[in-house]
Design a protein around this ligand. Structure first.
Ligand code: 13P
Length: 252
């Protein structure tokens, strides 16, 4: 299984900061052979840093997009705009989009379909809130989010997707899912893929963990069954800590 480390910078870094980070990262990663690295900066930095990524192992992703192709949607960005900024991937269904911006499963599904239709690879996020975990609804929440996202997708479309399990209570809180909690959720997700498609598609689906991943917990987590990499927020903002996480995954 390929290993992936993705950075979600959220609303951080202007163009100059993005450029300096990326310039250093690319130099730091010269010996990285096995791990796929993805940078998801703010929209404004996408095209600018893509110039630095042309020859290296790092792919470019966006943090969101609109599901329509164009039109009167003030402040929105279309998939084709992302593609013309040299993006290959797009994060969809992030918990901040779901819970801060009230995006529904239905909206997220439209975005996934549009991303796939125009040739962007979606990084589809799922995960439960703390009250849902306490009420023992974690599996149900993940299953509902998975079903809404993958409804009607062909095997070929699904093989272009990456799934990120991000328990909402672990995001930006310093609380990390234990390896057991993460493994349970990841194995549930892999089973959902297997039920809908087959073992081969399920075994090849990268399932990333996100939620307070740091250099000091990355090793334990990457050695956990069914964790194929990370979607990193806070620790991806410093090039030293992000490089360290990539090295840990590479050396696994
Ligand atoms: P933190 O790593 O800051 O918890 O954020 C995780 C996340 O939301 C990545 O998408």
């Amino acid at each position: 299984m390929r290993k992936i480390v993705a950075a979600n910078w959220k609303m951080n870094k202007d163009i100059k900061e993005s450029f300096e980070f990326t310039d250093t990262l690319v130099k730091n990663l010269l010996n990285i052979k096995q791990t796929e690295v993805i940078l998801c900066p703010p929209y404004t930095s996408l095209f600018y840093i893509s110039e630095l990524l042309k020859t290296g192992p790092v792919a470019l992703g966006a943090q969101n997009m609109h599901f329509e192709k164009s039109g009167a949607f003030t402040g929105e960005i279309s998939g084709s705009m992302l593609k013309s900024s040299n993006c290959e991937l797009v994060i969809l269904g992030h918990s901040e989009r779901r819970h801060v911006f009230n995006e529904s499963d239905k909206t997220i599904k439209k975005k996934i379909d549009e991303a796939l239709a125009i040739g962007l690879k979606p990084i589809i996020c799922v995960g439960e809130k703390i009250e849902e975990r306490k009420a023992e609804k974690t599996s149900q929440v993940i299953e509902n989010q998975y079903n809404a996202a993958f409804a009607g997708l062909t095997e070929e479309q699904t093989s272009k997707c990456i799934i990120a399990y991000e328990p909402v209570w672990a995001i930006g809180t310093g609380l990390t899912a234990t390896p057991e909690q993460a493994s349970e959720a990841h194995s549930l997700i892999r089973n959902l893929v297997k039920q809908q498609y087959n073992e081969n598609i399920a075994n090849n689906m990268p399932i990333l963990y996100g939620g307070s991943v740091k250099a000091n917990n990355a090793e334990e987590l990457i050695n956990t069954k069914h964790i194929d990499g990370f979607l990193v927020g806070g620790a991806s903002l410093k090039v030293e800590s992000f490089t360290e996480i990539i090295q840990i995954v590479e050396n696994k």
